[in-house]
Ligand binder design. Sequence first.
Ligand code: HAM
Length: 423
Amino acid sequence: MEIKSVRGMNDLFGVELEHWHYVESKIKKVFHSFGYSEIRTPALEKIEVFSGTVGDETDIVEKQMYQIITDSETYVLRPEGTASFMRAVLEHNLHSTGQPGRYYYYLPMFRHERPQKGRLRQFHQFGAELINDASPEADAELITVLDQIYKSFEVTEYRVRINSVGCIECRPPYKDKLKDFFQPKLNELCEQCQKRFERSPMRILDCKRESCRAIAKTAPLILSCICSSCKTHHERVKTCLTMAQVKFEEDPYIVRGLDYYTRTAFEFTSELLGAQDALGGGGRYDGLSSRFGKAPFPAVGFGLGMERLMIALQETKRLPQTIQTPSFFFSPLGDKAFELLFPLSLKLKRQGVWCEISYEKTKGLKWLLKQANRLNADFSLMIGDEELKSGSALLKNMKSGTQETLSITSLESELLRRATHAP
Ligand code: HAM
């Protein structure tokens, strides 16, 4: 029987993983320069972290969570990072200083969705969360950080869509207004939207079905219904984004698939991705701690899908062509040469130089050179009986094909001079 990985959960290795490392380290640099420090939470959480907090009517909670049920508890594999983050903040009192706190995470998430391009069951998210800051400037900061991440890869093929989903004061009357609008058209909506009508009528606005979209086109829009303080907040977010030189558009159809948002909601979309066009998204969630039964405090954040960013970078050929390769491939021909080259290879490795050595004792020089070529080493170094006698080593530049003879006594320094050091 052939055992394969779980559908929608991928193995990563080789050049692809090198590319991931390159992208991950650039993203971390952006976070560090904006003052965000890392937080890691466990992959497994008690189900209560998500049910009742992310929203029982959301796809995530309703049908996408992987559950592990034991005699006394139900655990889930984290489907998203914000509720886990909030659980950790409350557990460790990270909010109790009252001061703004900036955090980022890079973690696998698990959602039992139908896999397709850019939609996996295990996917990786970079997320950022800023707590204890209710200002619109904080919202603009988060949008700017996400924008900066894509800019740092010179990606330009995306749109920044922002909206306000109102607050606990102005959203309920808006929802009633929406329901009044959709009520007479209920039969024309898809099954999913009909189900959402009662408790989440705003989700009808972001249904992808053409027939639902056509109906939603004439629905009352939230931006004309939000209260004056939400309006002032929203206007200030836009002003700050303009100051930050982030190109954005207002999109009243952005409602987000998670229930905890208040006021600012945003999505970064890209046509490069096809049907699953969300590169990243987030918003303000001032009420989330109350859903954990604790006093409310302000928070805002975003999540960015790594797999989707990788698709965008691949499609636009923005991934580096040059992948790290060994500086040296050592070919010792015989035991004596091995005794000399083995410790030297370790010395170089310990100084951060990638140096390969062959442990093969029976194959000849031709085979060894092939290995140096296969690994794409910069130089191949050969020592055989003759070289040992004359106290020399043969160094071949694998790119130019030129060869030179080095003295064994100064081998280490000569090699270090030519080496590429680990970044
Ligand atoms: P989300 O919109 O559910 O938000 O996910 C954020 C990003 O994760 C999406 O824009 C997309 O790039 C990626 N993503 C989502 N589902 C999948 C999937 N099945 N396969 C591949 N990529 C996927 C959140 O998760 C919120 N926690 C974001 C947030 C943080 N809001 C405030 N703070």
